[in-house]
Design a binder for this molecule. Structure first.
Ligand code: ADP
Length: 259
Protein backbone atom coordinates (compact mmCIF):
# COMPACT_ATOMS: atom_id res chain seq x y z
CA UNK A 1 0.00 0.00 0.00
CA UNK A 2 1.10 3.50 -0.77
CA UNK A 3 0.34 6.88 0.67
CA UNK A 4 0.35 9.60 -1.99
CA UNK A 5 1.44 13.19 -1.51
CA UNK A 6 0.90 15.63 -4.37
CA UNK A 7 2.65 19.01 -4.40
CA UNK A 8 2.26 21.68 -7.07
CA UNK A 9 5.41 22.92 -8.78
CA UNK A 10 5.16 26.70 -9.33
CA UNK A 11 7.11 28.98 -11.52
CA UNK A 12 6.37 32.71 -11.33
CA UNK A 13 3.27 31.90 -9.31
CA UNK A 14 1.99 29.71 -12.08
CA UNK A 15 1.49 26.01 -11.57
CA UNK A 16 3.80 24.25 -14.04
CA UNK A 17 3.33 20.73 -12.84
CA UNK A 18 3.06 18.51 -9.83
CA UNK A 19 5.44 16.45 -7.77
CA UNK A 20 3.97 13.14 -6.68
CA UNK A 21 5.63 11.36 -3.77
CA UNK A 22 4.68 7.76 -3.02
CA UNK A 23 5.31 6.46 0.50
CA UNK A 24 5.35 2.70 0.89
CA UNK A 25 3.36 2.19 4.11
CA UNK A 26 2.85 -1.57 3.80
CA UNK A 27 5.18 -2.45 6.70
CA UNK A 28 3.82 0.27 8.94
CA UNK A 29 0.22 -0.78 8.28
CA UNK A 30 1.04 -4.45 8.74
CA UNK A 31 2.74 -3.72 12.06
CA UNK A 32 -0.23 -1.64 13.16
CA UNK A 33 -2.67 -4.36 12.13
CA UNK A 34 -0.66 -7.00 14.00
CA UNK A 35 -0.61 -4.82 17.11
CA UNK A 36 -4.39 -4.38 16.94
CA UNK A 37 -4.94 -8.12 16.50
CA UNK A 38 -2.57 -8.89 19.37
CA UNK A 39 -4.41 -6.53 21.73
CA UNK A 40 -7.77 -8.04 20.75
CA UNK A 41 -6.41 -11.56 21.30
CA UNK A 42 -4.88 -10.69 24.66
CA UNK A 43 -8.15 -9.20 25.86
CA UNK A 44 -10.06 -12.27 24.75
CA UNK A 45 -7.55 -14.71 26.23
CA UNK A 46 -7.56 -12.89 29.59
CA UNK A 47 -11.33 -12.65 29.71
CA UNK A 48 -11.86 -16.41 29.49
CA UNK A 49 -10.06 -17.43 32.73
CA UNK A 50 -11.19 -14.28 34.56
CA UNK A 51 -14.84 -15.00 33.76
CA UNK A 52 -14.38 -18.57 34.97
CA UNK A 53 -12.75 -17.37 38.22
CA UNK A 54 -15.51 -14.83 38.75
CA UNK A 55 -18.24 -17.42 38.06
CA UNK A 56 -16.85 -20.04 40.46
CA UNK A 57 -16.18 -17.44 43.16
CA UNK A 58 -19.71 -16.06 42.82
CA UNK A 59 -21.19 -19.53 43.24
CA UNK A 60 -19.13 -20.18 46.35
CA UNK A 61 -19.92 -16.77 47.76
CA UNK A 62 -23.67 -17.24 47.24
CA UNK A 63 -23.58 -20.29 49.48
CA UNK A 64 -25.17 -22.69 46.96
CA UNK A 65 -22.04 -24.83 46.76
CA UNK A 66 -22.19 -27.84 49.05
CA UNK A 67 -19.46 -28.29 51.64
CA UNK A 68 -18.10 -31.38 49.85
CA UNK A 69 -17.82 -29.50 46.52
CA UNK A 70 -15.80 -26.58 47.89
CA UNK A 71 -12.51 -28.39 47.30
CA UNK A 72 -13.43 -28.97 43.64
CA UNK A 73 -14.51 -25.36 43.02
CA UNK A 74 -11.53 -23.79 44.77
CA UNK A 75 -9.30 -26.09 42.68
CA UNK A 76 -10.91 -24.69 39.52
CA UNK A 77 -10.31 -21.13 40.69
CA UNK A 78 -6.67 -21.95 41.45
CA UNK A 79 -6.21 -23.59 38.03
CA UNK A 80 -7.68 -20.60 36.16
CA UNK A 81 -5.69 -18.12 38.26
CA UNK A 82 -2.47 -20.00 37.44
CA UNK A 83 -3.39 -19.87 33.77
CA UNK A 84 -3.91 -16.12 33.97
CA UNK A 85 -0.52 -15.68 35.66
CA UNK A 86 1.22 -17.75 32.94
CA UNK A 87 -0.50 -15.74 30.25
CA UNK A 88 0.52 -12.42 31.78
CA UNK A 89 4.10 -13.67 32.24
CA UNK A 90 4.27 -14.74 28.58
CA UNK A 91 2.83 -11.40 27.41
CA UNK A 92 5.44 -9.55 29.50
CA UNK A 93 8.26 -11.70 28.05
CA UNK A 94 7.07 -11.02 24.51
CA UNK A 95 6.71 -7.30 25.08
CA UNK A 96 10.25 -7.13 26.55
CA UNK A 97 11.57 -8.87 23.44
CA UNK A 98 9.50 -6.59 21.18
CA UNK A 99 10.26 -3.30 22.88
CA UNK A 100 13.80 -3.54 24.18
CA UNK A 101 15.83 -6.29 22.53
CA UNK A 102 18.94 -4.11 22.95
CA UNK A 103 18.71 -4.66 26.73
CA UNK A 104 19.60 -8.33 26.27
CA UNK A 105 23.01 -9.10 27.66
CA UNK A 106 25.02 -11.77 25.91
CA UNK A 107 27.54 -13.94 27.71
CA UNK A 108 29.10 -17.34 27.19
CA UNK A 109 26.49 -20.07 27.58
CA UNK A 110 27.15 -23.77 27.94
CA UNK A 111 24.07 -25.01 26.11
CA UNK A 112 24.17 -28.62 27.31
CA UNK A 113 24.33 -27.51 30.95
CA UNK A 114 21.33 -25.24 30.33
CA UNK A 115 19.46 -28.13 28.68
CA UNK A 116 20.28 -30.43 31.61
CA UNK A 117 18.97 -27.89 34.13
CA UNK A 118 15.76 -27.56 32.16
CA UNK A 119 15.33 -31.32 31.88
CA UNK A 120 15.80 -31.87 35.62
CA UNK A 121 13.22 -29.22 36.36
CA UNK A 122 10.76 -30.61 33.84
CA UNK A 123 11.28 -34.24 34.81
CA UNK A 124 9.87 -33.41 38.25
CA UNK A 125 6.71 -32.03 36.64
CA UNK A 126 6.44 -34.76 34.02
CA UNK A 127 7.11 -37.75 36.26
CA UNK A 128 3.42 -38.35 36.92
CA UNK A 129 2.92 -38.93 33.19
CA UNK A 130 5.96 -41.14 33.13
CA UNK A 131 7.84 -39.29 30.44
CA UNK A 132 11.54 -39.79 30.19
CA UNK A 133 13.53 -36.63 29.53
CA UNK A 134 17.06 -37.00 28.29
CA UNK A 135 19.51 -34.19 27.62
CA UNK A 136 22.66 -35.24 25.84
CA UNK A 137 25.15 -34.07 23.22
CA UNK A 138 28.42 -32.27 22.92
CA UNK A 139 30.20 -29.70 24.99
CA UNK A 140 29.00 -26.69 23.03
CA UNK A 141 29.55 -23.13 24.17
CA UNK A 142 27.85 -20.20 22.45
CA UNK A 143 27.39 -16.51 22.95
CA UNK A 144 23.86 -15.84 24.12
CA UNK A 145 21.47 -14.57 26.73
CA UNK A 146 21.28 -17.27 29.44
CA UNK A 147 17.74 -16.56 30.56
CA UNK A 148 16.33 -16.35 27.03
CA UNK A 149 18.10 -19.58 26.03
CA UNK A 150 16.65 -21.26 29.14
CA UNK A 151 13.18 -20.01 28.14
CA UNK A 152 13.62 -21.35 24.58
CA UNK A 153 14.60 -24.83 25.77
CA UNK A 154 11.94 -24.81 28.50
CA UNK A 155 9.14 -23.87 26.09
CA UNK A 156 10.16 -26.52 23.57
CA UNK A 157 10.61 -29.26 26.16
CA UNK A 158 7.41 -28.21 27.91
CA UNK A 159 5.50 -28.67 24.64
CA UNK A 160 7.17 -32.02 24.06
CA UNK A 161 5.82 -33.10 27.46
CA UNK A 162 2.39 -31.45 27.04
CA UNK A 163 1.81 -32.97 23.61
CA UNK A 164 3.75 -36.13 24.30
CA UNK A 165 2.17 -39.43 25.10
CA UNK A 166 2.04 -41.08 28.47
CA UNK A 167 5.14 -43.21 28.87
CA UNK A 168 6.73 -41.32 25.98
CA UNK A 169 10.23 -39.98 25.54
CA UNK A 170 11.47 -36.42 25.22
CA UNK A 171 14.99 -35.99 23.94
CA UNK A 172 16.88 -32.71 24.12
CA UNK A 173 20.10 -32.86 22.14
CA UNK A 174 22.93 -30.39 21.77
CA UNK A 175 25.50 -30.70 18.97
CA UNK A 176 28.69 -28.81 18.31
CA UNK A 177 29.32 -27.96 14.65
CA UNK A 178 32.27 -25.69 13.78
CA UNK A 179 30.81 -22.16 13.98
CA UNK A 180 27.37 -23.19 15.14
CA UNK A 181 25.49 -25.13 17.78
CA UNK A 182 22.39 -27.26 17.12
CA UNK A 183 19.64 -27.78 19.64
CA UNK A 184 17.06 -30.47 18.93
CA UNK A 185 13.97 -31.23 20.99
CA UNK A 186 12.19 -34.38 19.93
CA UNK A 187 9.11 -36.19 21.20
CA UNK A 188 7.06 -39.18 20.15
CA UNK A 189 3.73 -37.55 20.92
CA UNK A 190 0.64 -36.49 18.99
CA UNK A 191 2.45 -34.64 16.17
CA UNK A 192 1.29 -31.58 14.23
CA UNK A 193 -0.86 -31.76 11.07
CA UNK A 194 0.89 -30.52 7.90
CA UNK A 195 -1.55 -27.64 7.37
CA UNK A 196 -0.84 -26.22 10.86
CA UNK A 197 2.94 -26.53 10.78
CA UNK A 198 3.51 -23.13 9.16
CA UNK A 199 1.34 -21.30 11.68
CA UNK A 200 2.27 -22.72 15.08
CA UNK A 201 4.93 -20.05 15.62
CA UNK A 202 2.29 -17.30 15.36
CA UNK A 203 1.06 -15.65 18.53
CA UNK A 204 -1.97 -17.47 19.99
CA UNK A 205 -2.13 -20.03 17.18
CA UNK A 206 -3.05 -23.48 18.50
CA UNK A 207 -3.88 -26.65 16.61
CA UNK A 208 -6.50 -27.63 19.17
CA UNK A 209 -7.51 -24.80 21.48
CA UNK A 210 -9.25 -26.91 24.07
CA UNK A 211 -6.41 -29.46 24.24
CA UNK A 212 -3.92 -26.61 24.71
CA UNK A 213 -6.12 -25.19 27.49
CA UNK A 214 -6.38 -28.57 29.22
CA UNK A 215 -2.61 -29.02 29.29
CA UNK A 216 -2.08 -25.46 30.52
CA UNK A 217 -0.99 -23.78 27.27
CA UNK A 218 -1.11 -20.05 26.53
CA UNK A 219 -0.54 -20.16 22.76
CA UNK A 220 2.52 -17.93 23.14
CA UNK A 221 5.30 -20.43 23.91
CA UNK A 222 6.49 -21.01 20.35
CA UNK A 223 6.24 -17.33 19.35
CA UNK A 224 8.58 -16.54 22.25
CA UNK A 225 10.89 -19.32 21.00
CA UNK A 226 10.90 -17.90 17.48
CA UNK A 227 11.52 -14.36 18.67
CA UNK A 228 14.34 -15.55 20.94
CA UNK A 229 15.98 -17.55 18.17
CA UNK A 230 15.88 -14.59 15.78
CA UNK A 231 17.47 -12.37 18.43
CA UNK A 232 20.32 -14.92 18.54
CA UNK A 233 20.53 -14.90 14.72
CA UNK A 234 19.50 -18.53 14.66
CA UNK A 235 17.20 -20.60 12.45
CA UNK A 236 14.40 -23.07 13.26
CA UNK A 237 13.17 -26.10 11.40
CA UNK A 238 10.28 -28.39 12.21
CA UNK A 239 9.55 -31.98 11.35
CA UNK A 240 6.37 -33.56 12.55
CA UNK A 241 3.98 -36.34 11.75
CA UNK A 242 0.58 -36.85 13.28
CA UNK A 243 0.60 -39.80 15.69
CA UNK A 244 4.38 -40.20 15.44
CA UNK A 245 5.91 -37.12 17.01
CA UNK A 246 7.65 -33.81 16.54
CA UNK A 247 11.22 -32.65 16.19
CA UNK A 248 12.20 -28.99 16.39
CA UNK A 249 15.77 -28.16 15.48
CA UNK A 250 17.44 -24.82 16.10
CA UNK A 251 20.83 -23.74 14.82
CA UNK A 252 22.62 -20.90 16.61
CA UNK A 253 25.82 -19.24 15.47
CA UNK A 254 28.44 -19.49 18.23
CA UNK A 255 29.38 -15.83 17.91
CA UNK A 256 26.79 -13.08 17.87
CA UNK A 257 29.01 -10.24 16.74
CA UNK A 258 30.62 -10.24 13.37
CA UNK A 259 34.38 -9.86 13.30
P1 ADP B 1 0.65 -23.66 23.72
O1 ADP B 1 0.79 -22.81 24.93
O2 ADP B 1 -0.76 -23.82 23.25
O3 ADP B 1 1.38 -24.95 23.83
P2 ADP B 1 2.69 -22.89 21.75
O4 ADP B 1 2.93 -21.58 21.10
O5 ADP B 1 3.79 -23.41 22.62
O6 ADP B 1 1.32 -22.76 22.54
O7 ADP B 1 2.40 -23.96 20.62
C1 ADP B 1 1.40 -23.67 19.66
C2 ADP B 1 0.65 -24.94 19.26
O8 ADP B 1 1.52 -25.81 18.53
C3 ADP B 1 0.15 -25.78 20.44
O9 ADP B 1 -1.10 -25.33 20.90
C4 ADP B 1 0.08 -27.17 19.83
O10 ADP B 1 -1.13 -27.31 19.12
C5 ADP B 1 1.22 -27.17 18.80
N1 ADP B 1 2.45 -27.82 19.33
C6 ADP B 1 3.54 -27.20 19.81
N2 ADP B 1 4.51 -28.08 20.14
C7 ADP B 1 4.01 -29.31 19.86
C8 ADP B 1 4.52 -30.65 19.97
N3 ADP B 1 5.74 -30.92 20.46
N4 ADP B 1 3.71 -31.67 19.56
C9 ADP B 1 2.47 -31.42 19.06
N5 ADP B 1 1.93 -30.19 18.94
C10 ADP B 1 2.68 -29.14 19.33
Amino acid sequence: RYQVQVMPVREDKEVRGVTVVLFDVTDRELAEQMRREFTANVSHELKTPLHAISGYAELMHSGVVREEDIHHFSGKIYHEAQRTIRLVEDIISLSHLDESPEDLEFTEVHLLETAKDVSVHLAEKASERDIEIVADGEDAVMEGNPSLLTTIITNLADNAVKYGRSGGLVRIRVEDDNDSVHLTVKDNGIGIPKEDQKRIFERFYRVDKSHSRDVGGTGLGLSIVKHGVLLHHGTISLQSEVGKGTEIRITFPKKQTEE
